[in-house]
Design a binder for this molecule. Sequence first.
Ligand SMILES: Nc1nc2c(ncn2[C@@H]2O[C@H](COP(=O)(O)OP(=O)(O)OP(=O)(O)O)[C@@H](O)[C@H]2O)c(=O)[nH]1
Ligand SMILES: [Mg+2]
Length: 385
Amino acid sequence: MMNQSLPTIRTFRGRDARSALTAVKEALGSDAIIIETRQVSGGLFGRAQVEVTAALGGDSSRQTERDSRMETDMAALRRVMDDVRRTLHTTRPADRKAGEASDGAERDFSAEARRVFRHLQDRGMDPGQARTLVEEALSSGAERASEVFPWIVSDLRKQLSAASAPWSADARRTIALVGPTGVGKTTAIAKIAARALLDTRFKIGLITVDTYRVGASDQLARYGKIMGVPTFVVRDRAAMAAAVQSTQDADLVLIDTAGRSDPESILAQMDLVKSAPNVQLHLVLSVATGARELGAVARRYKSFGAERLIFTKLDEADGPAGALSAAAVIQRPVSCICDGQRVPEDIHAVTDESLVETFLAPTPALLPVRVSPAVNKEQVRGSGR
Ligand SMILES: Nc1nc2c(ncn2[C@@H]2O[C@H](COP(=O)(O)OP(=O)(O)OP(=O)(O)O)[C@@H](O)[C@H]2O)c(=O)[nH]1
Ligand SMILES: [Mg+2]
């Protein structure tokens, strides 16, 4: 079992498998353990690339040395990627479209209301949702931006509240991560398990029902092996019952599922997941997806009884407020957010305040000016300050 620290787990990309593996070897050495290899798009000009997730084997002094070298490499890489992203985003057709759509919608708003409306759109909120919110704020008597925005924030808080992180002591004991393909379910499970091991000193059990894709269950099993946590691959209810039995002394049981899009496969999988007693479903959604699509996915999963939301890829989102479309449909609290590929660093617990900050990024101009009525210039001068 682990005690002090978890091994470094990092992701590398290359033109092909060979160059990605060379990068792994350079950074982590030849004793690196490969967790997963996958095809991704996202090279320059949308070229396909190979992405390898790997963990470090070997002794800890070499690990520290390699860690610091890799941090420097990664920081340089991130800077280049940020530049590329900025250049691409200044001319993105999708952005122009959003702007055009908003012109008509905001025409009858006052300049103050328009400022709030534009801010919500810049943050990636669905134009229809943004318009409705501004209209409701106005009809409730708010006029200035400093009144409209707080009204909207308090209204959204009713739909978007924070829940205990899955690795905290008061979270549900059995949690299944469900959601569309590629949103980061398996990665989030590895992050949650690692956090629970490090922060809460929990005993963990991992179960996967993802037997659809070749190698999918291996991905979780490898994370499990690195963390010293047992992993069970489950194909049917009998196997689920056996896995539940085997993990009965665990403080936290995490169930990984396959990202499927057709309702029948989702249904069959949900049936299997729900045969685990007292399981709580956390719907995982990537905020790098557009607002409209997020709303549609949320509608698809709502009927399966998702009780919590997990938002991922905040690092990749231009405007993460598209998440609010999903939140409006599901109306359940958020248990954590993910903002990168690093295991376990890029997962965070949330609070009601941090959620509003994350999704809406209020600027000082949109918030009420705080003036203490008890203090005037005379008093300030008189006090000698
Ligand atoms: N940038 C970024 N990448 C992430 C984040 N979370 C996961 N990823 C990456 O997204 C890709 C897919 O992650 P997985 O965890 O395999 O996704 P999944 O939902 O399990 O996918 P399926 O099992 O195919 O449904 C991997 O390259 C992850 O490293 C995140 O918060 N930010
Ligand atoms: Mg997965």
